[in-house]
Design a protein around this ligand. Structure first.
Ligand SMILES: NC(=O)c1ccc[n+]([C@@H]2O[C@H](COP(=O)([O-])OP(=O)(O)OC[C@H]3O[C@@H](n4cnc5c(N)ncnc54)[C@H](OP(=O)(O)O)[C@@H]3O)[C@@H](O)[C@H]2O)c1
Length: 345
């Protein structure tokens, strides 16, 4: 199985290359700078890996670079600026596609605009194959099943420790309106900003008291209504997270920061996902998932996602994770890598 990585020279791209090599998969590094790609291959522990050079403004060369690969993992940043050419090249080269976008405007665009083309090409496209994007969707699906038919589903995100990479911060800055505006919610079949019913406080697992939360432009949200019919689907994050984002909300500040967290900071970082579902009859269920090492988990999840799409197959088109994978089986895989999850109610 050959998997191409576009943006392989980046901070997360190198972790993805390392994970592919660790899994014994044939990896191809693709990007615009051959020297940076070769250096990345060596740093990622895959010094003999194949390298192909293709810029984002060269559609034919980009498709040619991906031809022959079974799948591609896109690790460019920001996705709203640079994401589309890689997806178009994957469709042209007929190879399955996942990306590691955390940008809701990008994931919504992919769901809205590329379903038919992906179906015609016979490939599966899955945006937001990240530490939170895939688990949040799968957890939402399993939690909602407990109380279906569902009236409302709220996904809450919490990040702890660690720091963010420059690529992540630049991607947030490129989408600052979406992030500070609270993102979109799915309400009565429509995507709305400033929707009614978004919680303003929430008790996270292990906390004695509620904390203030605000709407989050969560990247997994656009996929969820595909498999989970509900009156309201929305996402929130601790207000404190948005305050931290404001503190670095300037390109000069981001440029002065390290490329990304070092190994110690990565080990220190963790994420918590909560899925609160309320049935139309008022029954409630809560799913909770915790994980460590945001960037390492993203590499693991992106690689496992593309591996499953290639090895096990899924229907062609743009899919949400719960449509492409068996939710409990995928989460079971993650429990062997530090993830804990449960659903009660
Ligand atoms: N949970 C999450 O939501 C989550 C977790 C992890 C990562 N992410 C996302 O993953 C993305 C990557 O993050 P990162 O920290 O790895 O970023 P990064 O270190 O800045 O890497 C970006 C990559 O994109 C390439 N690139 C940028 N502009 C390009 C252009 N015009 N033409 C060709 N290649 C270009 C860079 O290539 P060069 O080396 O040639 O510059 C580099 O390989 C971000 O959007 C981040 O938000 C999300």
């Amino acid at each position: 199985m050959r998997i191409a990585v576009y943006g392989a020279s980046g901070y997360t791209g190198r972790l993805v290359v390392a994970e592919l090599a660790r899994r014994g998969l044939d990896v191809l590094l693709v990007g615009r700078d051959p020297e940076r790609l070769r250096l990345a291959a060596t740093e990622a522990g895959a010094p003999g890996a194949a390298v192909r050079v293709a810029g984002l403004d060269e559609p034919a060369a980009l498709a040619e670079a991906l031809r022959g690969s079974d799948g591609v993992i896109s690790c460019v940043a920001p996705f709203t600026v640079h994401g589309e050419p890689v997806l178009r090249a994957a469709i042209a080269a007929r190879c399955h596609y996942v990306d590691i976008s955390g940008e809701q405007p990008h994931t919504k665009y992919v769901h809205d605009a590329f379903g038919v083309e992906a179906e015609r090409a016979g490939i599966t496209v899955l945006p937001a194959a990240t530490d939170d994007g895939v688990p949040a969707d799968l957890l939402a699906h399993l939690t909602a099943a407990r109380v279906a038919p569902v009236d409302a589903l709220v996904i809450a995100h919490r990040l702890s420790g660690g720091t963010m990479s420059r690529g992540t911060l630049n991607s947030m800055l490129a989408n600052i309106t979406a992030f500070t505006g609270g993102g979109l919610s799915f309400v009565d079949g429509q995507w709305l900003a400033d929707a009614d019913g978004v919680p303003t406080s929430l008790v996270f697992p292990g906390d004695a008291a509620p904390v203030e939360v605000a709407g989050l432009a969560a990247p997994e949200l656009p996929g969820i209504p595909r498999h989970l019919p509900a009156r309201l689907v929305t996402a929130v994050v601790e207000r404190e997270f948005l305050a931290r984002l404001s503190a670095v909300a300037a390109a000069e500040v981001v440029a002065s920061l390290p490329e990304g967290p070092d190994a110690e900071q990565r080990a220190d970082s963790g994420f918590v996902l909560v899925a609160d579902a309320v049935g139309v009859d008022g029954r409630r269920a809560r799913g909770v998932l915790t994980g460590v090492d945001v960037y390492g988990s993203t590499a693991l999840i992106a690689v496992e996602s593309i591996r499953r799409l290639v090895a096990d197959g899924a229907k062609p088109g743009v899919l949400a994770p719960a449509e492409a994978f068996d939710p409990a089986d995928f989460l079971g895989f993650l429990t062997r890598h530090g993830v804990r999850w449960s659903v009660t109610g």
